[in-house]
Design a binder for this molecule. Sequence first.
Ligand code: NAD
Ligand code: UD1
Length: 339
Amino acid sequence: MAILITGGAGYIGTHTAVELLNSGYDIIIADNFSNSTVTAIQRVEQITDTKIQFYEADIRRYTDLTAIFQNNTIEAVIHFAGLKSVNESITHPVEYYDNNISGTINLCKVMQEFSVKKFIFSSSAVVYGDPETVPITEDFPVSTSNPYGQSKLMTEQILHDIFISDNEWQIALLRYFNPVGAHKSGLIGESPNGVPNNLMPYISQVAVGKLEKLHVFGGDYDTRDGTCIRDFIHVVDLAKGHVKALDYFDTQKKGEVLTLNLGTGTGYTVLELIHTFQKVSGKNIDYDIVERRPGDIVVSYAAANLAEKILAWKTEHNLEDMCRDTWNWQSKNPSGYDT
Ligand code: NAD
Ligand code: UD1
């Protein structure tokens, strides 16, 4: 019995693969390597001293998926595969809906055919749009203004509808806040293509000398230092949340749809992150405060107590750990997996 990890060669997928193997689960990875490389899987093998079975497969291709389900006994699916840039989704909506919606529907079709009814889905805090208050609890209204966010909301709805049609399904909709950090070995981490859109990879590329200067988008927000606030969560803590969700389903007799935030419950400002990174890395991060980035949420952080209560899961890494582990990965792999 194996856990199929779609998108398992990606940033969160590789870290989850490590934690699943450490917890005694068998895994199979399916990835089309559109945003990752085989090297990432080899690094997971190195960390865990385990040979990993993987398929170069596109979730949009029915025959790719049926081949995996025919040749293996799949117990559950953790579904990371998809595209993840808000900006790119606005310029390439069809590609986003194709990968994130058509791909997921195809996956669900094959799961139904093979009676695999355990599904863990990578949702995002993007579904909360601009929240009226913080911390954000799971019952906050959802809304979104871009195709990426729509694809997460639609997938959540599709999975709810599948459960209504067959209540044996065990479905976890895990809404991630801002994943950062890397495995402490420095062998796996975030390796974005081109210039990063997100804050932490941008900071670490400035620190390693790949980028000259960080632009801080907006310094006049109504926050303690004028910059936006986010709930940064260490990717290893996030990965462990997936293991806990699987463990939890194993103890349950009934199907359900579980909607949970995965965050720390604490928000830090952009400047606080920069200063912490400088402190732990010993590197100066040159930055300018520039215009606000259109569409940015001012303050976003999770109420993390529901996941804690249901999954018996709690984050263990603080902001310094997140910065230290990011720096360890970036300094050992200045060009990511291309190094
Ligand atoms: P990632 O790009 O590193 O990993 C996604 C993986 O999926 C990549 O290896 C890519 O090659 C693969 N993939 C993409 N389309 C595919 C397809 N059609 N068939 C097979 N494989 C395909 O991204 P990540 O940061 O690891 O994110 C994983 C998931 O978590 C995504 O669904 C993303 O939307 C979600 N998420 C990420 C964040 C974040 O900040 N990283 C936040 C919230 C939610
Ligand atoms: C973005 C996505 C969100 C996704 C998340 C994690 C948008 C609107 N939202 O959120 O859907 O789930 O990434 O992948 O894009 N910042 C800078 N300079 C930079 C980069 C970022 O100042 O070069 C600031 C931003 O203005 C923001 C904060 O850092 O205030 C965090 O930005 P980012 O890492 O992009 O994450 P989110 O905005 O939370």
